[in-house]
Design a protein around this ligand. Structure first.
Ligand code: 2M8
Length: 453
């Protein structure tokens, strides 16, 4: 474990103040954009995370964040991954006109949005809001308002995204994973063949070199857009997507978050007077599917499943540890996950310090500590895996992860991501979920010295 070292950077109190400042700065009046540069719209799982930090700033804003997102919910329950808003600027590509989601009868007529999903962290966020809100009565009213929407969202995932009825939802685009260019998708991406004329001429909005640096490659972007073209051609009809989309994967992070969200829905249901049983059953069904189908006995690690070729994707990246978050692994599986997290691939190396936790195995030749989801540390993932380690009693290791969540913003500000060896910030600055995770961890007493570990 990384032990005490001389701390650099601003104080914890000052960092907390800056975290609140970031959330204020990115607040549009109805939602918080991930950042002014590059992400001037509302993103689905960003907003769930952000509301968990916002609750410590302003209860009304934390709730409005969720309301604003769910205004774009489709009639079939899909919660879109981006909600577009005119006053936040129109320069994100692909924008609302490109998505043209109204070709699908369930898409909202009056709220511009995308046609993809993102990890379903929302029920967990709403439960958290209920648990810590200063105004309890108002929080319960809000939970009652949100419960049916969350129920429709989860029903959609189990009904439409699980054609084989296995308890595991598929994703049909790397953007749905939240880890866009993770090496875990490389194999599937390389298999997707198309002609230049199959995709429109387009201009990436991240065209400034400093931003593009460490972002997905142009080649990746062409495939992303090609996949969007496929989904548009199918009018985003789920049954056809399941049959035809060349990218169809049971992702570990997405399903772990879903599994935890179902456990949290059971608690929410009890709080609002609804029946918790279906949520407990679905949560356990998903957990069981992980242990049975997604555990790889040869490598002793969870692996995502490629539904197109019906085989696992053999890459070791942070998604492999996300089942800990939802309490999915049995004791043996948890121990193996922990060993891998503590190895040279993901843990501290010798007496070299390193920040936790690299998004991809340092032992792999594709590892790149400066490229997006191919190596850098992301604070939301540090929190999520830290919670998982804690759940299984690996407290010392969890402390190491939370120490990174605390130290990185103190040294480098609320950046989008960080270099795992140097701790330098990368990507956009004043990034909302980094600020929100910091506030959340502070208020939950997860930082060292706050005695709850
Ligand atoms: C990144 O994804 C978007 C596409 O959805 C992009 O690259 O433009 C990812 O890091 C994703 O997880 C995140 O939600 C989004 C906004 O922060 O940016």
């Amino acid at each position: 474990m990384q032990t005490e070292e001389k701390l650099e950077g601003v104080t914890h109190e000052e960092t907390l103040r800056r975290a609140r400042e970031v959330l204020d700065r990115n607040w549009t009046g109805t939602f918080t954009m991930p950042s002014h540069e590059l992400y001037p719209q509302q993103w689905s799982w960003d907003s769930a995370l952000t509301s968990m930090g916002l609750i410590h700033v302003d209860q009304g804003r934390a709730q409005e964040e969720m309301r604003s997102l769910f205004r774009a919910q489709w009639e079939n329950g899909l919660l879109p991954h981006i909600v577009f808003s005119g006053h936040a600027g129109n320069d994100y590509f692909p924008g609302a006109d490109y998505w043209d989601v109204r070709r699908n009868p369930y898409a909202p007529r009056d709220v511009p949005c995308s046609g993809l999903a993102q990890p379903p962290l929302h029920a967990s966020a709403v439960l958290h809001l209920l648990q810590v809100a200063p105004d309890r009565e108002d929080a319960l009213e809000f939970a009652k308002e949100m419960y049916p929407k969350l129920r429709a969202w989860h029903d959609y995932l189990y009904r439409e995204r699980d054609p084989r009825r296995e308890g595991l939802a598929y994703i049909c685009h790397p953007w749905e994973s939240g880890r866009d260019n993770s090496p875990v998708w490389d194999e599937v991406m390389a298999r997707i063949q198309f002609k230049r004329s199959d995709i429109p001429d387009y201009r990436r909005n991240d065209s400034d070199d400093w931003i593009r640096d460490g972002r997905p490659s142009n080649k990746d972007y062409d495939v992303y857009i090609y996949l969007c073209e496929v989904l548009k051609r199918l009018d985003f009809r789920d049954a056809d997507v399941a049959r035809e989309c060349p990218f169809l994967v049971q992702d570990l992070l997405f399903n772990s978050i879903l599994c935890q969200a179902e456990q949290d829905m059971a608690e929410l249901a009890e709080a609002v007077g609804a029946d918790p049983v279906i949520h407990r059953r679905r949560g356990e069904w998903t957990a069981e599917a992980f242990r049975r189908k997604l555990w790889d006995n040869r490598h002793d690690i969870f692996l995502p499943h490629d539904l197109r070729l019906d085989r696992p994707l053999q890459r070791h990246e942070i998604g492999g540890f996300s089942p800990l978050f939802a309490g999915i692994p049995d004791r043996f599986q948890a121990r193996r996950c922990h060993e891998m997290l503590d190895s040279e691939a993901f843990g501290p190396v010798g007496d070299k310090t390193c920040f936790a936790v690299p998004s991809y195995s340092r032992e792999d030749i594709d590892y790149d500590p400066t490229n997006y989801w191919r190596g850098p540390v992301w604070l939301n993932i540090g929190w999520l895996i830290g919670m998982g380690l804690r759940r299984y009693g690996y407290s010392e290791h969890a402390r190491w992860l939370f120490r990174s969540v605390r130290e990185l913003p103190r040294r480098s500000g609320f950046r989008e991501r960080y270099h795992t060896e140097t701790g330098e910030g990368e990507g956009v600055d004043n990034f909302s979920w980094s600020a929100a995770v910091y506030l959340h961890c502070h208020h939950e007493g997860l930082f060292e010295g706050q005695e709850t570990l």
